[in-house]
Design a protein around this ligand. Structure first.
Ligand code: SI3
Length: 289
């Protein structure tokens, strides 16, 4: 059975401090209403690369407490600062996380040997499994099939969160590594990834749109491709409307329309304008009412 994970957002107050209550409300919505299989904590959607080490730890802690073992949790610990990544991995493991994830080290165009060493160092001495976070469009780091193979030689590396539109590489990964987990991360292209044997999907829009995405997966598993197309078509209209309205703040604004107090995004992300609020209200009324 393919799994669906929401990439948890971080709620901020108007002064860019962490809004703990907002995070708790989003976790609860994902568990109680979305019936989600799990949460990806501290990724791009969580605006994590703009947080301090202590703030990243706080988000892991809130998610861990609020889920209370009810759903799977994955803590994204990657950082260009390897010391921070190792500290976060240890913190998450000590809290009780069984799975972590890490974006490759970015910005300095590290060699593959340096990237491999980064993963091995993160995993040394912590009793967790790891999912590589591959998101070349944002990290600037593209891994080849051969390089994935070398990283997968570490038995603690159990798979990849694949936010990449290279479907040839996705198919080759599936064929070459049938025992590794592949979670797809481009929500608007789920329809194209399903036939390639993914183990599930992790994404930002599932915070709001999990029911439709789960129905799409169920239709795919039942062989009803017409329904798969129809559901993806509605999802894509929704996702493109969110992107046009500035996706992370807008996901939170739509949550507010649903009565979930998701707070703000952190500067330099935008605080909502009147126009964005009107856009989010329209998205809510069109796709969720
Ligand atoms: O939080 C995370 O790390 C993610 O899950 C990232 C996820 O792959 C999202 N990508 C980004 C860059 O945010 C997608 O869910 C994305 O928002 C969605 O497909 C809309 O383009």
């Amino acid at each position: 059975m393919k799994k669906l994970y929401s990439a948890l957002m971080t709620a901020f107050n108007g002064d860019d401090t962490i809004n703990e209550q907002g995070i708790r409300e989003m976790v609860r919505y994902n568990i109680d209403v979305n019936k989600i299989d799990g949460l990806y904590v501290g990724g791009s959607t969580g605006e994590s690369f703009m947080l301090s080490t202590e703030e990243r730890k706080l988000v892991y802690k809130i998610a861990y407490e609020e889920t209370a073992g009810k759903v799977d949790l994955i803590a994204q610990v990657g950082s260009v600062n390897l010391t921070e990544a190792k500290e976060l991995a240890k913190y998450a493991a000590d809290l009780g996380y069984k799975t972590i994830s890490a974006v490759p080290p970015f910005y300095y165009h590290f060699t593959f040997e340096q990237i491999k060493d980064y993963y091995d160092q993160i995993l040394a001495g912590v009793d967790v499994q790891l999912i590589i976070y591959s998101i070349p469009a944002l990290s600037g780091v593209s891994l080849s099939l051969d390089e994935f193979g070398k990283l997968f030689e570490n038995p603690k590396i159990i798979g990849v969160k694949y936010t990449n539109n290279d479907f040839l590489l996705l198919q080759r990964l599936r064929s070459a590594f049938p025992d590794k987990k592949i979670y797809f991360g481009t929500d608007e292209m789920l329809i194209s990834a399903l036939p390639l044997g993914i183990d599930g999907a992790i994404g930002s829009t599932f915070n709001l749109n999990a029911k439709r995405a789960k129905a799409e997966i169920a239709a795919y598993e039942a062989g009803d491709m017409k329904k798969v197309f129809e559901l993806q078509d509605v999802s894509n209209k929704l996702i493109l409307a969110l992107i046009d309205n500035d996706i992370y703040p807008s996901l939170k604004l739509v949550f507010e329309e649903m009565g979930v107090h998701a707070g703000y995004s952190k500067a330099p992300m935008s605080k909502p304008s009147a126009e964005m609020k009107a856009g989010a209200k329209k998205i809510y009324e069109t796709y969720f009412k």
